[in-house]
Design a protein around this ligand. Structure first.
Ligand SMILES: Cc1ncc(C[n+]2csc(CCOP(=O)(O)OP(=O)(O)O)c2C)c(N)n1
Ligand code: SF4
Length: 535
């Protein structure tokens, strides 16, 4: 019996490797990044030539994985929850094409928004696409579910969505591994038409998706992950989802007195829910994320026979992460663990690192923008978003990856002058390039600043697809050569940078200014690694 101490993310990665993975496709995003990094660092994955390079964005990742699943191999796609939005077109259509080889899509949700712009719940996407969803309550369950997920995926010929949340992804425990199996060989779908989503074929495929739903419902009781746990006190019935089960059981170390339905696989197991509401007229739903189960259970009109409580009723907070403490309060228990942060932890606002090139870029930009009364700067997502905070207070927006360019364009179309976008190199190749093409084609008066630190710094310094080719990409998209400037953000260049940037911002047309200097953290890591390699 082989045991390993692994993070939830790593347990998923290890399980995929053991279950014959042929390729992982992903774009970094907290709390999902460690899945792909684990596979990238695995000697076994290297020896087996398992694909693990980062993709440009989540949509390209999803589609490449679909291609691998088309060819009969087992594949994994990983992203943070908002990445599922970026790949939603491909994701929704994977449910219509179905798969040939096993495909697991991991969406890592971030309740409480530790490092995200919202706290959406990916289970809604699973229901929307009518796909099976797995939501492990422990790291071991995550490991086992990857195996079971591939088997289910290959049996019903559909991708499986695995939803994890921050605490599950980022806490560590011992995992019991299974003996590894060989990867699948190349095979093709039986029906060549299934992947051709012309309406005539897509209609057939959609009917198949509807027809398989009873089998998915049966799987959510037969596969043994969801459970009905009897309890002697039927004054309350409890439904937990995902990690909510742990939070409940932490409050009942000697066993829960109430009957419990533990849900970790969807569709929601109707048989277990019926059994619970048949014996309890008050039900508490403990779920991490949005009130997904609670809302469905409640329906539109109050049920005469039972009341449902949870995040919607106010017994649990409507937003933010759950904890054993909050669950104890909802149950009217004396919390074993308190929810307060010890006094020794002093809150301090996040800031750019000392010596970071984004600072010099913002100093130059602020000097230029000070000359205008009504100019606006649209920021984007990355370390440079911290330019919104003091001392810079340099940006007026940050919405989703790539939106700096397109929002600046819209504002410019509305007459805002100057309209400036600030975007990082990785975010630019993720979603900024297409917006820039719109602006090129319409000759929109605006300036796009690409703050190029040659890495994807915010998520830990992964490779950036634009490395060394950003200027060529911009020229290729049609940016005028005389209005494409490359500057080095250093203190000693400040006056010169302000002068050049001011000229481009004043230009009544489209300009791009690339501020290029490597992230100091990535540079330090690179130098350390180079030193190590020389030894
Ligand atoms: C759709 C989506 N995918 C992933 C992320 C996670 N994420 C936030 S910023 C970022 C990239 C930042 O890289 P870059 O633009 O180069 O800026 P840097 O952090 O290096 O300054 C990523 C991957 C996200 N917020 N949204
Ligand atoms: S990690 Fe790099 S890009 Fe991010 S703030 Fe620090 S130096 Fe700047």
């Amino acid at each position: 019996m082989n045991q390993k101490l692994l993070l939830g993310d790593e347990a998923i990665a290890q399980a995929a490797l053991d279950a014959g993975l042929s390729g992982v496709y992903a774009y970094p995003g907290t709390p999902s990044t460690e899945i792909t990094e684990y596979i990238q660092g695995s000697p076994e994955a290297r020896a087996r030539y398992i694909h693990s390079d980062w993709a440009c964005n989540e949509k390209t990742a999803m589609e490449a994985a679909l291609g691998m699943a088309y060819a009969g191999k087992r594949t994994l796609v990983c992203m943070k929850h908002v990445g599922l939005n970026a790949s939603a077109d491909a994701f929704m259509n994977t449910a219509i094409t179905g798969v040939n080889g096993g495909m697991i899509i991991v969406a890592a949700d971030d309740p409480s928004m530790h490092s995200s712009q919202n706290e959406q719940d990916s289970r809604y996407y699973g229901k929307f696409a009518m796909l099976p969803v797995m939501e492990p309550s422990s790291q071991q369950e995550a490991y086992d579910m990857v195996w079971a997920g591939y088997e289910l995926s290959e049996r019903v010929k559909l991708p499986v969505l695995m939803r994890v949340t921050t605490r599950m992804a980022h806490s560590r425990t011992t995992i019991v591994q299974r003996p590894a199996i060989a990867p699948r060989t190349v095979s093709f779908p039986e029906d060549r038409r299934s992947f051709i989503l012309l309406p005539v074929f897509a209609r057939m495929q959609y009917k198949k998706l509807i027809a398989v739903q009873p089998e998915l419902q049966a799987a959510s009781t037969d596969m043994g992950f969801n459970r009905f746990l009897p309890g002697s006190d039927t004054s309350l019935g409890i439904i937990t989802t995902g990690i909510g089960y742990n939070y409940l059981m932490e409050n009942f170390p000697d066993g829960c007195p109430y009957p419990v339905v533990k849900i970790v696989q969807y569709p929601i197991p109707q048989a277990y829910i019926s059994k619970l509401v048949g014996m309890c007229n008050r039900v508490l739903v403990i779920e991490e994320g949005m009130p997904f189960v609670e809302e469905q259970l409640k329906g539109l009109v109050p049920h005469p026979a039972f009341t449902v409580e949870g995040r919607l009723s106010g017994l649990l907070p409507r937003d933010g992460e759950l904890s054993p403490y909050l669950v104890a309060k909802a149950l009217g228990l004396n919390p074993v663990v308190t929810g307060s942060v010890p006094d020794v932890v002093v809150n301090r606002p996040p800031a750019l690192c000392k010596g970071c090139g984004h600072q010099d870029m913002y100093n130059a930009l602020n000097a230029v923008m000070a000359q205008y009364e009504n100019g606006r700067v649209f920021g984007d997502i990355g370390c440079y978003t911290l330019g919104a905070l003091p001392p810079f207070k340099a940006i007026d927006g940050c919405v989703d990856m790539g939106a700096s360019v397109t929002m600046a364009k819209g504002a410019s179309d509305a007459g805002v002058r100057p309209a400036v976008a600030v975007i990082g190199d990785s975010t630019f190749t993720h979603s900024g390039m297409t917006g820039l093409l719109d602006a090129v084609l319409e000759k929109t008066p605006m300036t796009v600043i690409i703050s190029d630190n040659s890495t994807t710094a915010m998520t830990g310094g992964q490779d950036s697809h634009g490395y060394g080719i950003l200027a060529r990409i911009c020229l290729g998209l049609g940016v005028e050569e005389e209005h494409l400037k490359v500057l080095v953000p250093l203190k000693k260049n400040h006056e010169e940078n302000v002068r050049i940037l001011a000229g481009e911002v004043a230009y009544e047309g489209l300009s791009v200014v690339i501020f290029q200097r490597e992230c100091v953290q990535t540079a330090a890591r690179r130098l350390r690694a180079e030193k190590q390699n020389k030894k």
